[in-house]
Write a protein that binds this ligand. Sequence first.
Ligand SMILES: [Zn+2]
Length: 326
Amino acid sequence: MSGVGSFVGIDLGGTKIRGVLADGEGRILASRQEPTGASEGSKAVFATLASIAASLVEEGRAAGRAPLAVGVGAPGPLDAERGIILVTENLPFVDFPLGPSLEARLGLPVKLDNDGCAAAMGEYLYGAGRGADPLVYVTASTGIGGGAIIGGRPLRGRGSNALEVGHMTLLPEGPECKCGNRGCAEALASGTAIAARAEEAVLAASSGGRPTSLSSCPRLGAEEVFREAGRGDAVAELIVSEALAYLGICVANLATLFDPELIVIGGGLCRSGERLFEAVRLAVRSRCSKAVSGTLRILPAGLGEDSGALGAAALAAQAACGDQAG
Ligand SMILES: [Zn+2]
């Protein structure tokens, strides 16, 4: 896949759209990022995504490295083969033909894939997981997602919807999830779940419940809850430790299922640092068999915010070049 061509990869997230222009070896030649603007509706989100892709295609052509294909990693469920986003909880798409629409706009082949699958591929080829097989990727951010690489290939399932890690039930009567189920990992351990618990705690404190320093935070996101826990607030500490315990269970279940060589964890919650990794490693040690946990490595994503976009570019390259094994 070397040579003068290049590939565009787009990571369509709930809060931002990130695009990269990359060569066949995963070197980033240019990148762009814009807020998703999910509340503006599907047409506006698509227009932003298409303009990021078009400007990267233009930049590649101007540099004499004309892109050969475009990859898009999107949250699902998807009909990846037909390039359709069926429905998403954090974005305004219903039965949206993103792949065909973008192909028509750019005049290039477009490969739509699951965002977790794309990020797993990015880490496997160019990031923390180079050569580690099987590799499991988990993203803990606004939502929770994942992907797995087995025998050098992403595990897609029937419609590219495998490894919807965030909707794995961890607590049967737990809090309601956006997907309609109760007690999903995403409803217990995501940044959104942590913020929701914090709001409940502030409400409880205002009506005579346990006081918390969270009450004086002007904004209540996961970052603030981690910060207040670090400063010794007992309520924030309980919220953080419970969320990380559930994330640990989620990762331990994946370890038991896949017996991977490596689990890579990415996403905004990783900014909380070593604490998250300690909790996850402890859960894996205490819940998985020694045969699985003994030599299993658990590492932060090596590509930071670029795992998804670079992985999407790599999947587009594989689709375009017929090189399914990478
Ligand atoms: Zn769910």
